[in-house]
Write a protein that binds this ligand. Structure first.
Ligand code: FAD
Length: 387
């Protein structure tokens, strides 16, 4: 390949989606660099595979709706099925305050074009997920078109389809720096052994995105946050079609994947060790105790400690993605900070970034709420602790 038009740093779901969308737009010389030996070294393959449009801000709802439309054509576009399974997302509220937060989010969702989400009563909840011990649950929220996808398949689909259109992926290639040329912006990307001259660069480095920005004049506010997942042994205790079920109060949630029940509960990372992605035995005990109290059919199902894992969210200060050109560096683009929603939003964000790179602006959605400048301007998106 002669000098690439675009070098994409990171071949996780963000880099892969961007590559395919750029290639589809006719960009021919695309090079993805990833330090991993093969696909899936970062967060993407650690994701549990949830997909939802029930969010509390219009931009996140719209990203999900755009992504959902793209999932419908994904297999035709890439040759690989994304595993989209609309088994629903069921939110459970135990206080009036939580119910009110869900109602307020629903108002935003409706305005943003999500018509399928609705309030549910305790009776509805018993019908939608009979495994939940209902005591104390006042009501909730439900969207039947939310559900699941398969992160590794989505990644494989985008990579294979981008490569068919001429993109190249270099595995085992760690980007160590960006070379800037005054007025023009990024002139080259440096790896340990190479200086790669390029027309433009995309930072798709997930939780590691901030480190490469030295010398660009922009401090990318993306930090890693550990998320742990506990897995039961294979079991038929809960059906494969069970919706993602989330307790609003403490964020405990569960789903069934490949015959196992996955249990999640957000906790802070390890103080002083932001990239630590170990699983804490005490955390596993605590999340299992929550599961036994709330989901009686799981009381007889052992946890499989060897199958538990952890990974890193890539968190921005307002928990929304950061998308667009770096202020003052017009040919360096960011697709970062999805804060735990990156797999589901990647089909939309990759498409939007390709529009920005090729046309100078996004046309599928108004992405102003995601602009990198918002932090310096103090114009952050509202953060919802609930959804
Ligand atoms: C436990 C867990 C559960 C999750 N569940 C969901 C979910 O249900 N739904 C959802 O949508 N999202 C979920 N997420 C979030 C999702 O995984 C991320 O938002 C998404 O994968 C981010 O994609 P990415 O491409 O930006 O990052 P990554 O997949 O991390 O890709 C970044 C790539 O950059 C490479 N890299 C790093 N540094 C360098 C370097 N210097 N040079 C070259 N390459 C480098 C890495 O090897 C990696 O391949 C979850 C995350 C975790 C941890």
């Amino acid at each position: 390949m002669s000098a690439p038009e675009v070098v994409i740093l990171g071949a996780g779901i963000m880099g892969a989606s961007t590559a395919w969308h750029l290639a589809r737009r006719g960009v021919r010389r695309i090079l993805l660099l990833d330090r991993g030996p093969r696909p899936g070294a970062g967060s993407t393959t650690r994701a549990t595979g949830g997909f939802r449009a029930q969010y509390a801000t219009a931009i996140n709802v719209r990203l999900s709706l755009l992504a959902r439309a793209q999932l419908q054509t994904f297999e035709r576009d890439t040759g690989i099925a994304p595993g989209y399974a609309p088994h629903g997302y069921l939110w459970l509220a135990e206080t009036e305050r939580e119910l009110a937060a869900l109602a307020e989010a629903r108002r935003v969702q409706r305005q943003a074009g999500l018509c399928e989400a609705d309030a549910v009563t305790p009776d509805d909840i018993r019908r939608l997920n009979p495994a939940v011990a209902g005591d104390g649950i006042l009501g909730g929220a439900w969207c039947p078109l939310d559900g699941f996808l398969r992160p590794a398949d989505l990644l494989a689909g985008y990579l294979a389809a981008a490569e068919r259109l001429g993109a190249r992926v270099s595995w085992g290639a760690e980007a160590v720096g960006l070379e800037l040329d005054g007025g023009r912006g990024v002139a080259a990307v440096r790896t340990e052994g190479e200086r790669i001259v390029c027309g433009a660069a995309v930072n798709a480095l997930g939780p590691w995105a901030a480190g490469i920005m030295d010398g660009t004049g922009f401090a990318l506010p993306v930090t890693p946050l550990r998320r742990q997942v506990a897995s039961t042994v294979p079991t038929a205790a809960l059906p494969a079609t069970m919706p993602m079920t989330i307790f609003v109060g403490d964020g405990f949630h569960l789903r069934v994947r490949d015959d196992r029940v996955l249990l999640l509960w957000p906790t802070p990372g390890v103080p002083g060790h932001p990239f630590d992605d170990s699983v804490e035995p005490d955390w596993v005990d605590a999340v299992v105790a929550k599961a036994h109290a709330r989901i009686p059919p799981l009381r007889e199902v052992p946890v499989d400690r060897s199958a538990c894992w952890a990974g890193l969210y890539e968190v921005s200060p307002d928990k929304h993605a950061i998308l667009g050109a770096v202020p003052g560096v017009p040919n360096l683009f960011l697709i970062n900070g999805s804060s735990g929603h990156g797999v589901m939003h990647a089909p939309a964000l990759g498409r939007l970034l390709a529009e920005i790179v090729c046309d100078g602006h996004a046309s599928s959605l108004d992405v102003r709420p995601l602009r990198p400048e918002r932090f310096a301007e103090g114009d952050l998106n509202p953060v919802s602790e609930v959804l």
